[in-house]
Ligand binder design. Sequence first.
Ligand code: MG
Length: 152
Amino acid sequence: MSISDVRVGEGFDVHRFEVEPSGSRRLVLGGCVFDGEPALIGHSDADVPAHAIADALLSAGGLGDLGSHFPDTDPRWEGADSLAILAEVSAMVRADGWSIGNASVALVCERPRIAPRRAEMESNLSTAVGAPVSLTGRRAEGLGAIGRVEGI
Ligand code: MG
């Protein structure tokens, strides 16, 4: 293996919190449901870390971006389990001849508290990717839209 055989991809995602709770959505992060927390708006389950990792994997593989494969206009992905999308993306990357070494994601939000569920989220995401995933939590310290708790 030469250094040119190693690629690193970067992904990003953001979703807005529901202002008026619809009652039909739940907050899902890294495959964990956070009961009693405001839900994120999205076509799928709006699992931000799963989307960011999927985007990073596609980017590393030169395989486009998440929206090109899972468009938010496609009713097939309405309310979709994003861990299943992440597993499918991981399979696409492998089918193109790559292996996945690891992934790392930073979750930036004022709420919910990440630490109590971090291990569970890492486990869910690692299973979906088929490689170790590390997740870290960060607060925006009250600054900007994330700091105003408008989204994650
Ligand atoms: Mg997204």
